[in-house]
Write a new protein. Structure first.
Ligand SMILES: [Zn+2]
Length: 517
């Protein structure tokens, strides 16, 4: 539990006295101090509709302790680094200006073409958020990309929506505040239907009515229910919005199937997964809402976004093992740009960036070379899983817990061979590091627990030196050799067509889709 100092008095964030203390501090313009690190970090207080919330100062997330509620992994580990400070600008008044790469005006085809060109430019420079970039930003800001064991069983659509609604506060776009233009469906309740419809009409009124219809667009974020044929083209239905289907024309539907085939397959494949939709839509003069552009994101049952099945396996394992971590998101970045999958925040040497190198297994994600480049520039320690090698390295144990190795399948001679290549940034298997670890010291303490020693890379930093894994010495610059042996297919439960034995699914371009002009 995070502790704060307000005017010299210490409070735990779950203390019943904390709200009153925040209210007093808000009125007297006193900054609470987060005590997660010495000598503490100043915070600010936001006054939301019902309560007061402590928020970290802009760009200080990575300065907080990894166990702190305000900790945020360094932006360079995800797609956030590319857009921070450009597409996402925090100002001194506590508001954030967002620059969007998509239009909130219904344009004629000529304008649209011009805009597409600009969008391509924006995509590469990170100066504007694509629809997916915005959705990932909202997921990070609402901490839906974060996970800790106490969240188990508590993430309903009500909780997801509430978190998103809070995240939308104080976010501005060029044309309006995000709060005014983003609709997130309420939990549908038949008994409260009339109230829900009235609130929705009120929310959508700025884009309806004489002189407005068919011109301005709004955004919607919700969970995909279905896309089905309708008399007017296709109907996109979102969960909790059964009475308000959005029209998709035939071209948009066709592009959607092409662009998001991979995401759709993943959604079908992962049990209880969710497919989150973000779309811009217009309401015509007959009151019919029609989708203009859209993007979808597949999440685990816990609403943690995943890009592919291997990433899902790791996230599922982390949730099962009751770990605390922050899922890293791509924002505008295409699939071939390397990002960390997650950052573990509960181990002895947290934060620890978790990477997966699946390039040669699936053939459309970041290359081994690119991943090694990005790992080298990391300022925090790194864990790497190379699925083509067949074995997932053990995860470092939780702080204060003994190591619990999951797999011990490697032949001894292979392990021996690897001990000579320490520094190869492929998955650091435990025997490799134990072989190279110095005798005595904390290894003895760990062996008292009757468990194998924790890999050196996962042990706490010693002597105040910043130790970075992998070691940035020249030998680490070597590219991980691609082993000639075939991957152990049995470890990867892909069905044919997912890239192992069958044809590789078409690459889903990272961007949003819109109707053909
Ligand atoms: Zn803190």
């Amino acid at each position: 539990m995070t502790r704060y100092s307000i005017n010299g008095t210490e409070f735990a964030s779950n203390s019943p006295l904390f709200q009153a203390a925040l209210e007093g501090a808000y009125k007297n313009r006193i900054r609470p101090i987060c005590l997660c690190v010495e000598p503490g970090l100043p915070m600010y207080i936001a006054h939301l509709e019902k309560n007061f919330v402590v928020k970290r100062m802009p760009d200080t997330g990575a300065s907080h302790g990894p166990g702190c509620e305000s900790y945020e992994a360094p932006p360079g580990l995800s797609g956030r680094g590319e857009v921070d400070g450009q597409a996402i600008e925090n100002n001194d008044q506590g508001t954030t200006n967002l620059k969007l790469a998509f239009s909130l005006r219904h344009n004629n085809p000529a304008e649209k073409e011009n805009e597409s060109t600009q969008k391509t430019t924006a995509k590469t420079s990170g100066t504007r958020l694509t629809l997916r970039g915005l959705l990932h930003y909202l997921w990070d800001e609402s901490r839906l990309s974060h996970w800790s064991p106490e969240m188990q069983g508590k993430r309903s659509w009500f909780a997801v929506r509430s978190a998103l609604m809070e995240a939308v506060e104080s976010k501005e776009t060029k044309s309006a505040s995000l709060k005014e233009i983003l609709y997130i469906p309420e939990v549908f309740d038949k008994a409260k239907r009339n109230d829900i419809v009235s609130r929705r009409l009120h929310m959508l009124s700025p884009i309806m009515g004489p002189g407005k219809s068919g011109k301005k667009l709004m955004l919607v974020v919700g969970e995909m229910d279905s896309i089905s044929a309708a008399t007017f083209g296709f109907a996109l239905r979102l969960k909790h919005m059964p009475d308000f289907p959005l029209v998709m024309d035939a071209d948009l539907k066709k592009s959607f199937e092409k662009v998001f085939l991979g995401t759709q397959n993943l959604w079908d494949y992962i049990p209880d997964s969710h497919q989150v939709v973000i779309a811009t839509f217009v309401i015509d003069d007959k009151g019919i809402p029609a989708v203009e552009e859209m993007c979808v994101m597949c999440t685990t049952p816990e609403w943690l976004p995943v890009d592919n099945e291997i990433e899902h396996q790791l996230i599922e394992a982390l949730v099962e093992q009751q770990r605390s971590f922050q899922k890293q998101l791509r924002y505008n970045l295409p699939p071939d740009k390397p990002i960390a999958t997650a950052v573990l925040t509960d181990c002895e040497n947290a934060p620890l960036a978790l990477y997966i190198d699946i390039d040669d297994l699936v053939g459309r994600w970041a290359s081994t070379v690119a991943i090694n480049e990005v790992v080298k520039s990391n300022s925090i320690q790194t864990w790497m899983w190379v699925p083509r090698d067949g074995v997932q390295p053990d995860l470092p144990p939780k702080k204060g817990m003994p190591s619990q190795p999951r797999q011990r399948a490697r032949p001894a001679d292979e392990e021996q061979a690897e001990q000579t290549t320490l520094g190869d940034s492929a998955g650091v298997s435990e025997p490799t590091v134990v072989g190279a670890a110095q005798p005595g010291g904390s290894d003895d303490v760990l062996s008292d627990w009757g468990e194998p020693a924790v890999p050196a890379a996962f042990q706490p930093k010693r002597g105040g030196n910043v130790s970075v894994m992998p070691d940035p010495s020249p030998r680490l610059a070597e590219v991980t050799p691609i082993r000639p042996s075939l991957p152990d297919v049995s470890l990867i439960p892909f069905k044919p067509g997912f890239g192992l034995t069958g044809p590789v699914a078409p690459v889903a371009p990272s961007e949003t889709i819109e109707p053909q002009p």
